[in-house]
Design a protein around this ligand. Structure first.
Ligand code: ZN
Length: 148
């Protein structure tokens, strides 16, 4: 099992760890992450989402409405960036009991879900930044959200 701790600290309010494991011949690659969201000083308007195990996720649908917002990650330490993401998604995954779940996520939760999903694909938020001017240092980011 390979644990990828990319997000447990970078999204301090929420998700992680992202993880990957192998599980037998029939389904040799089981991938999952734990999604959990809490408001923090950096993301005071974040919704509350109790921890959810998201196993072998698929994106079934994504809204055509795109919004740019800040993301950060331990896989890219010390910087933040404005990343365009769909404002709503419908996903399918297995829960811890092996039941298939279809669920909608919107705005912040959709962003976090897609951030984690991208890690399972071997990508990070930097792969989705459209313009270098959307990247700032962590210090600059904290200054921006404080309104200074
Ligand atoms: Zn991450």
């Amino acid at each position: 099992m390979h644990w990828c701790k990319v997000c447990c600290c970078s999204w301090p309010l929420c998700c992680g760890p992202s993880a990957e494991q192998c599980s037998g011949k029939k389904n040799p690659h089981t991938i999952f992450f734990i999604l959990s969201i809490r408001p923090t000083a950096r993301y005071p308007n974040a919704p509350e989402l109790d921890p959810v195990a998201v196993i072998n996720p698929e994106i079934l649908w994504a809204s055509g409405m795109i919004e740019k917002d800040w993301e950060g990650c331990l896989s890219v330490p010390g910087i933040r960036g404005r990343v365009p993401r769909p404002t709503a998604i419908r996903v399918r995954y297995l829960d811890l009991d092996g039941r298939q779940v279809e669920r909608d996520f919107s705005v912040f939760a959709a962003r976090v879900f897609l951030h984690e999903y991208n890690h399972l694909e071997g990508k990070a938020w930097l792969d989705h930044v459209e313009d270098n001017r959307d990247i700032v240092s962590e210090r600059e980011y904290l200054r921006l959200i404080a309104g200074c």
